[in-house]
Design a protein around this ligand. Structure first.
Ligand code: 5AD
Ligand code: SF4
Length: 466
């Protein structure tokens, strides 16, 4: 095994020592911690560990940012909008520090892993006590100890291939749904994407660590597990033993218990026939697949450095459809990539109509400093991007609605999330393909599987009765 994938036992022991010191320092002070998360599921998963570590240091987790003694902002850098939000959130915590100079403020996640953002935090946000990269989360005890003892501000960025820290404590948001990271980082360097620069190169967890985590989750009543990675299809490549994502799925399929497993997310260039078949390895592998297309034009895919063309992409989609009846398919699309012509965009619409995805996540291209696409000529004006975005959603919404309406009269198994936010009588649940199903109930089935007969459908949700 590639043991240099992992943070050493000595370093974990050093952090445990600092953790005891923090516990000692804040004992009987009733201090609270608040963690705010922007961005993707990977960040959500990281924040669950940040909360776990903070609790192990002696903090109580609070939802009230106004009174928190320590605030951590877990940032995202995937699009400009996410960065603007992160900076504005960090900005508002200046007042917390003014009110209570002992407040500790930390910033982590993808944004500060870019040099210009790190410098900005250093020089324009003096009240931020520490900044750390996604691969340095296990050093949180050290950062907090340093801040409590009024040491110098800390700015700790990751090495190019950060190490994995196993066994960190975790506080999960939900008792019945869980994220399980199977790998970290990305090697693909799609020309629009900042992720490989901020999350470093790919590294995989060991299969036994993943399986043990899933077993423990299932034993504790967890019903829905999402295997996370920037490109789960290249899981295990650098491990010895010939492990891959199909092996992992087959192992998970053989576990006892009633639960669903989802994958997030897959790169088409690595979606093998073996993986298509492994999706059928057992009842607990959810019958759905998220396969980011990004663009329907071969010319644009090439400029995006995606390493597949439409012929190859469609062959995977067709295999998925042939092998798994009623599979739910979803995708990501970027509109307005530099040089995208009306003709390129029409090709994207064509694929959307051909595939008939259940839903599509559409993004306006956002130039990220440091990526090749940032420098490309023929950047598309905002108004054209927006017009394409709206047109694409119009086309997809019609498809989503038709697909949802086709479910009227069917009985589907759902996992109940809980009461609806807006109506106390209504519950919200999800199908294995992640479609939202609302229903009325007198009894609370939260966290349980039940069957719902679908009676009504619209573009974004299904409605039915038990
Ligand atoms: N601009 C717009 N969308 C982007 N994505 C990644 N980088 C960018 C960018 N610079 C989208 C891709 C990816 C999803 C998670 O975010 O579609 O699949
Ligand atoms: Fe970004 Fe491409 Fe890696 Fe996905 S596969 S994280 S889009 S570089």
């Amino acid at each position: 095994m590639m043991l240099d994938n992992f943070v050493s036992a000595e370093e974990l022991a050093r952090q445990a020592g600092l953790s005891s010191k923090v516990c000692e320092l804040i004992r009987n002070k009733n201090l609270t911690a608040f963690v705010i998360t922007l961005g993707c599921q990977q960040n959500e998963a990281d924040s669950e560990r940040i909360r776990g570590v903070l609790r192990s240091l002696g903090y109580t987790i609070t939802q009230d940012e106004t009174i928190a003694d320590i605030i951590i902002v877990n940032t995202c850098a995937i699009r400009e909008h996410a960065e603007k939000r992160a900076l504005s959130i960090i900005g508002r915590y200046k007042h917390n520090k003014t009110r209570n100079p002992d407040t500790i403020i930390g910033v982590c996640g993808c944004m500060p892993a870019q040099e210009h953002r790190l410098n900005q935090l250093k020089h324009s946000y003096h009240y931020v006590d520490f900044v750390f990269g996604t691969g340095s989360l296990h050093r949180l005890p050290e950062f907090v100890y340093n801040a409590l003892t009024k040491g110098k501000r800390m700015f700790v960025m990751d090495e190019e291939r950060p190490k994995i820290a196993e066994g960190l404590p975790v506080i999960r948001e939900s008792a019945h749904k869980a994220w399980v990271s199977i790998m970290y980082g990305c090697n693909n360097f799609c020309t629009y994407c900042i992720v490989p620069y901020v999350r470093g190169r790919e590294r995989s967890r060991l299969p036994e660590d993943i399986i043990n985590e899933i077993k423990a989750l299932v034993d504790s009543g967890c019903k829905d597990i999402t295997l996370l990675g920037q490109n789960v299809n290249s899981y295990g490549k650098e491990l010895e033993g010939g492990y891959n994502i199909s092996y992992l799925l087959r192992e998970i399929a053989s576990l006892e218990g009633e639960f669903w497993v989802h994958l997030m997310t897959s790169h088409p260039k690595d979606a093998s026939d073996e993986l298509v078949h492994a999706l059928g390895a057992g009842e607990n592998i959810a019958n759905c697949f998220h396969l980011p297309l990004q663009s329907g034009s071969d010319a644009i895919l090439k400029k995006m450095n995606r390493h597949y063309d439409i012929e190859r992409y469609m062959s995977i989609i067709n295999k998925l459809k042939q092998t798994h009846k009623d599979i739910v398919l979803t995708t990501d699309i970027i509109v307005g990539f530099p040089g995208e012509t009306d003709d390129d965009f029409e090709k994207t619409l064509d694929i959307i109509k051909q595939v008939e995805y259940d839903s599509v996540y559409t993004f306006l291209f956002s130039p990220r400093r440091g990526t090749p696409a940032y420098e490309m000529e023929n950047q598309i004006p905002e108004h054209i991007k927006k017009a394409r975005f709206e047109r694409l959603n119009e086309v997809q919404n019609e498809i989503s609605r038709a697909k949802n309406e086709a479910m009227i009269g069917k009985t589907v198994k759902v996992l109940v999330d809980g009461k609806s936010k807006n109506n106390d009588q209504i519950y919200t649940s999800r199908t294995e393909g992640n479609k939202i199903v609302h229903f009325e109930a007198d009894e609370d089935y939260t966290g349980k599987f039940i069957n719902i007969k679908i009676t009504r459908a619209d573009t974004f949700a299904l409605y039915g009765e038990i």
